[in-house]
Design a protein around this ligand. Structure first.
Ligand code: 5AD
Ligand code: SF4
Length: 441
């Protein structure tokens, strides 16, 4: 009899990719995917804790399974990911949701198969959040990938930066780089398998190799990967601006496979706030790096993460953020309301900002970011864009994919062109999406 799994994922691309690894582990144990918790024999929550609302979502959805679990006690419920790895979180989870069968940390992902066996053999819940054996490298790709023609590849795990607002260094541990040979062979196998776009993942890709005695650097890794010729795209995230510089820019310039789109989270435009955030750069240093990038790679687009309402942020500080948004000319940005995370420096700071003020600032910030995104969209009108077709949108009855700069383009096609590069003549641009007609080649 077939056994079914259902995975619910929260958070960043790192987590989305780790859910592909979880899926790989479950398939190796004989499970196949199903559409929802109702039919599932195991439900896995892969959680995030970067902001309070990410946690609230997960709490809500785990809680909602209580009834189902009562009617089908043999169904397994597992909770993994970043949330479980916080101080005392496993106990809190067990207390709040006694019906959860397995709690596993980000460091114990590859043990999930064994944890399922242990749980099946005992009545008591299984909790594994130890850090003795950090996931630092893997020789073989265990992922069950569902994002063709795009593929994510981890190049490093963890973070050493300790930005004062951020929980990541606490839940993901110290930086561990994968060995270049393992990365190269994984990328190679993916390209052999027909994947067309590879995104390298790390909390701070610019630190790649720092833990290997400086024998390898991130630009060096990019150069090595790009020795493989052929038509494919290479992306990476995330770059910390403090370590972003000319060697990386030169690698982007030199290697035609690397997309001219850099995600460079700035967080804030006020030097006083940046200092309190422990970001180790000033607004003008950030803008100088952007200027150098655009000088060497003139068509390079930039996206960012920006936060409002950090402790003590004044109206003047916030205006500095708005000024920077204007000057940096982001093609789009992810905008966030600061959310205190227990255990971080910023959570203990005086001068937490009232919710109404945060709300008012985020609305102004979003408007500033969107205005620029719309302008950039209308610049596409009448032009031709090259799209890597990713999927077919059933509702719209249109194929869709992204251009090198990350813009989503929709189009009609008689042939199934998923996984292929196509050219579109853009005739409509609304918000972040482009609409166009296939240009025959
Ligand atoms: N509150 C709000 N946003 C946060 N981020 C990280 N920590 C917090 C927090 N405590 C944002 C940052 C980061 C992105 C992934 O999430 O902007 O770049
Ligand atoms: Fe990703 Fe950070 Fe959320 Fe973990 S806490 S899922 S690393 S954003």
């Amino acid at each position: 009899m077939e056994k079914y799994y259902h995975i619910v994922t929260y958070g960043c691309q790192m987590n989305v990719h780790e859910s592909e690894k979880i899926a790989g582990i479950l398939r190796a144990k004989g499970y196949v995917a199903c559409d929802g918790a109702e039919e599932a024999d195991i439900v896995v929550f892969n959680t995030c804790c970067i902001r309070e609302n990410a946690e609230n979502h997960a709490y809500g959805n785990i809680g909602a399974l209580k009834k189902l679990k009562r009617s089908r006690p043999e169904m397994l419920i597992a909770v993994g990911g970043c949330m479980t790895q916080q101080e005392g979180a496993a106990d809190r989870l067990r207390k709040k949701f006694p019906f959860v069968d397995i709690v596993f940390g980000t460091h114990n992902l590859t043990a999930l198969g064994d944890l399922i066996d242990r749980k099946t053999a005992q009545k008591k819940a299984v909790v594994e959040i130890g850090r003795e054996e950090p996931v630092s490298d893997e020789d073989e790709d265990i992922s069950f990938r569902t994002s063709y023609p795009n593929a994510w590849v981890n190049i490093m795990y963890g973070c050493n930066n300790f930005c004062s607002y951020c929980i990541v260094p606490y839940v993901r541990g110290r930086e561990r780089s994968r060995r270049p040979d393992n990365i190269l062979s994984e990328v190679s196998a993916l390209l052999d398998g027909g994947y067309k776009e590879i995104t390298l993942l790390g909390q701070n890709v610019n630190s790649y190799g720092n833990d290997m005695g400086g024998a390898f650097s991130f630009p060096g890794l990019l150069d090595r990967i790009c020795e493989r010729k052929g038509k494919y795209r290479l992306r990476f995230m995330t770059s910390n601006p403090k370590d972003f510089g000319e060697p990386l820019i030169r690698s982007i310039e030199k290697n035609e496979q690397i997309c001219h789109l850099v995600h460079l989270p700035v967080q804030a435009g006020s030097d006083r706030i940046l200092k309190l955030m422990n970001r180790k750069y000033t607004a003008s240093e950030y803008l100088k790096k952007v200027e150098l990038l655009r000088k060497i790679v003139p068509d390079c687009q930039l996206t960012s993460d920006i936060m409002v309402g950090f402790p003590t942020e004044t109206e003047e500080d916030f205006r500095a953020t708005l000024d920077l948004v204007r000057e940096a000319d982001f093609s789009t940005a992810f905008t966030f309301v600061y959310s205190p995370r227990s255990g971080t420096k910023a959570a203990a700071m005086e001068g937490q900002i009232p919710e109404e003020v945060k709300k008012e600032r985020i609305m102004r910030l979003v408007e500033a970011v969107n205005a620029r995104t719309r302008e950039k969209s209308s610049a596409y009108l009448g032009k031709t864009a090259e799209i890597l077709c990713e999927d077919f949108d059933e509702k719209k009855s249109l194929y869709l994919g992204r251009d090198e700069y990350g813009r989503m383009g929709y189009f009609k096609s008689d042939a199934d062109v998923r996984g292929r590069f196509v050219k579109l003549k853009i005739n409509d641009a609304s918000g972040v999406s482009l609409y166009g007609d296939l240009v025959e080649e």
